[in-house]
Design a protein around this ligand. Sequence first.
Ligand SMILES: [Zn+2]
Length: 657
Amino acid sequence: MKKFFVTICVFISGLSFAQQTEYVDFKRANGMLNIVLDSSMVKGKVWYNLDMTKSADSIFLDAVNMTFKNVEISVGDSSTQKLDYSNVDNKIYFKYPFQKNQAYTIYFDYSAKPKQALYFLKRENAPQVWTQGQGKYTSHWFPSLDDVNDKIIFNLSTVKQSEYRFIANGLNTINSPLQDGLVKVSYQMQKPMSSYLLAMVYGKYNKKTKTSKSGIPLEYYYYPEDSLKVEPTYRYSEQMFNFLEEEIGFAYPWQNYKQVPVHDFLYAGMENTSLTIFSDAFVVDEIGFNDKNYVNINAHELAHQWFGDLVTAKSGEHHWLQEGFATYYALLAERDIFGDNYFYYKLLKSVLELSRQDLSGNGTSLLDPKSSSLTFYQRGAWVLHALKDKVGDVVFKKAVKNYLEKHQFGNVETADFISQVEKQYGQSLSHFVNYWIKNKAFPYEEAYDILKRQSTFINEYAMVDCEAKTSKCEEYLKYYVSDEAKVKVISQVPELVTPEVFNNSFKVRQAISKHVTKIPESIKSDYESLLNDKSYITVENALYNLWVNFPLERSKYLSKTRKTIGFSDKNVRMLWIVLNLNTPYYDADNKQVLFDELKGYTAEKYNTDVRIKAFNYLNLMKSCSEECLSNLEKAKSHHNWRMVKFAKELSEKLQQK
Ligand SMILES: [Zn+2]
């Protein structure tokens, strides 16, 4: 999973008291689902194949707030018989004298109205349904196992309206038309996975298919109106897929790879087996690609298909085996695209964040299940980078390959990985493990030393420093230093920006728009050229700063940007409306329409990011009245925790006034 923000994330998995995996092995689950859109319910006919490894008189599945009927069992190949069961404490217990080494099939019908893990939404007035199993528990919508340690082959089917798509894990094997525009759809998996990776999406989508070098079908889903956004959104997907297969050295383990954007997702993306679901906030056009693209999330969720899905951490203590690996391999894939400087700069940024976390007293051992996302993701990635530096590329790569081969479709802990590296390396790594993994403190000085040894760019970046302004600072902006170093100088001494500095890349120009907020006449016309940049962030910053600095020319700036919507959160459009409303002589007879448009963006049908922006602007203008207040009230019970948190805080603030 990849979070939007680095937050304190407590992820605990596999905290199971009854170790059911010791006596029963669930092999396969087939579910024929009925997704009831009107009542936000799911009903299903399910059968589970299982083997007993020890005798027992009862076994269970996790099933939160579900009702059951027609519960039956068959022993081996015999015919079915009624099965005694009880449904308590969010579990269904099947009672039967289960015998060691015997195979059974259990059948049942269930229905549920899930409060989490399965979400029913409306997007552009059409229904959209999607799931999120990690951290939310699949057992809210499909009777399954909260314990990650029993891996199952899941096959989902449904009957759907022909104009909608149903997408699930595995290969779409059946698509048979029935009467009345209905179609039966089935998906089948070949290999087992943990229950939290079970997923489905139901909605209006088109699809584009490519094939990897190794012959794996790559399916890119998109909303029917977004055909022009497919290329920028999914840019580099094939390259990254081919790169990771080669780099990891273990063939992609599933039948295909599907990626589906959904409305108002809880996170940035989620690595369900063979079916990554991601936030449609990452569906971008050509310009949006420059500001906030899907490349990193894309690579991260793809890397999880091996690290997380193929080998799964036994418990929260070893969570870094998923997030640290996904973060590091995503970074390697990005290095292949964006180059070495990009790679080292990101590693440097995480050293700085980790050392800041330690200084504020929030650092933890990497093996602490209560670690922050920063620790699991960035420190985890750093451990791999430092380890590779220590043992060498060849040893590291061989060890990763052996680790995956040995534990494929199973569960792992830290020692499983380390022992494979030690085997190849021929020496004990216990000192390394204590220092980099177990210790509370992150060894940031050593990390920094590694970077300085590996990259001349990092040395230059460290050298360029204008915290105390020197005569050199002007020179830095004139002559060749990296873009990152120039951005640093501009952030430290924005008054040094001269017309020549505008002749730099869009990254440097973006830094000017951000840090040069007092615009001297000498750079005015250059500054105005920022409004033409292919970056919605630059345009938003520049529009605001120009409007503030040159009151007499506000009409000019507003006219120039009146057709720009901006990023998926409508950043330029909303700023434009607010500035327009505050420019009395401009567009005078259109104010009410524009104000209504802004209010409209607080409505439920928009993404959380759009709504938060609109609420913030209305609050700033002290204009959050009836419609806005009623939308704010509704937002408090939204499925997205960011929306809820924001709505509660703003409500409280408004009441205090
Ligand atoms: Zn992740």
